[in-house]
Design a protein around this ligand. Structure first.
Ligand code: PGA
Length: 251
């Protein structure tokens, strides 16, 4: 059963998600966190930074793997996901840079890069806690509608709707958004031991309801989460507006 926590605010969402990450780190100090970019996890990274500063969370042994990266953007490009993670988390916590992995979108041989990324996740023992957001079309990572549920890390063409959504970071021009990304596949995500899905805002309410209460269907990639044994959804009231959450599923 999927568990739900309704957050009062973005700050509260970050706090609750940080509780899960902190608990994971306390249980397994060298465990693997699966991380995501986007606006929704930002309060989580702020809160983790605060807790690290306060000595409440120790990142010295933690390893992280991110969901995805744009093809063709180097790590020092301000819109690359590597850059995002540096600016919003890694630069502020005492984590070993060698323990922070993202796919390399500049790799000459992208198929090789995908295989190497899967091998790294495997060598690190798999993902203990995966943080996810959801796109308006139901994507998770860059697994767009129609994605095969069993795929591991692979190269994808980014859906038009996603390029339009992300254009805000590329001077408002969807054409400037890279056309491809390297993404963990749904196979990698589903192999994570625990998943926390963060969702905010009224604009996500319908897709969240379809994903969590509708049929499991590759046309709504996040619907696969219904098949995972340990998913916690942290959503604000607006994002959860279309879901009737059974009392027993609330935490
Ligand atoms: P957002 O992105 O957190 O910026 O809404 C979520 C996603 O597209 O996965």
């Amino acid at each position: 059963m999927i568990r739900y926590r309704i957050a009062d605010s973005m700050e509260d969402m970050g706090y609750r998600a940080a509780d899960m990450a902190a608990e994971q780190i306390a249980d397994k100090p060298d465990g693997v966190l699966g991380l995501a970019t986007g606006s929704t996890p930002l309060p989580l990274y702020e809160e983790l930074t605060r807790r690290s500063d306060a000595g409440e969370v120790d990142f010295s042994g933690v390893r992280t793997v991110n969901l995805d990266e744009y093809v063709g953007l180097p790590g020092d490009h301000p819109q690359s996901y590597r850059y995002f993670m540096q600016v919003h988390l890694f630069d502020h916590i005492p984590i070993d840079p060698a323990n922070t992995a993202l796919p390399d979108g500049m790799a000459e041989d992208l198929a090789d890069e995908c295989r190497a990324y899967d091998a790294l996740i495997e060598a690190w023992g798999g993902i203990d806690l995966q943080v996810l957001g959801i796109g308006h079309n139901g994507h998770i990572g860059f697994n767009e509608p129609g994605s095969v549920f069993t795929l591991k890390t692979h190269v994808v063409d980014i859906a038009r709707r996603t390029r339009i959504a992300n254009a805000r970071f590329f001077r408002g021009d969807p054409e400037r958004v890279p056309g491809q990304a390297v993404t963990m596949g749904i196979g990698n995500i589903m192999a994570a031991r625990k998943i926390v899905l963060l969702v905010s805002g009224r604009s996500k309410a319908e897709i969240l309801e379809r994903a969590l209460c509708g049929d499991v269907n590759p046309l709504v990639p996040a619907s696969v989460l219904q098949l995972h044994p340990d998913v916690t959804v942290i959503a604000d009231q607006q994002a959860a507006a279309c879901i009737e959450i059974p009392e027993a599923a609330m935490i």
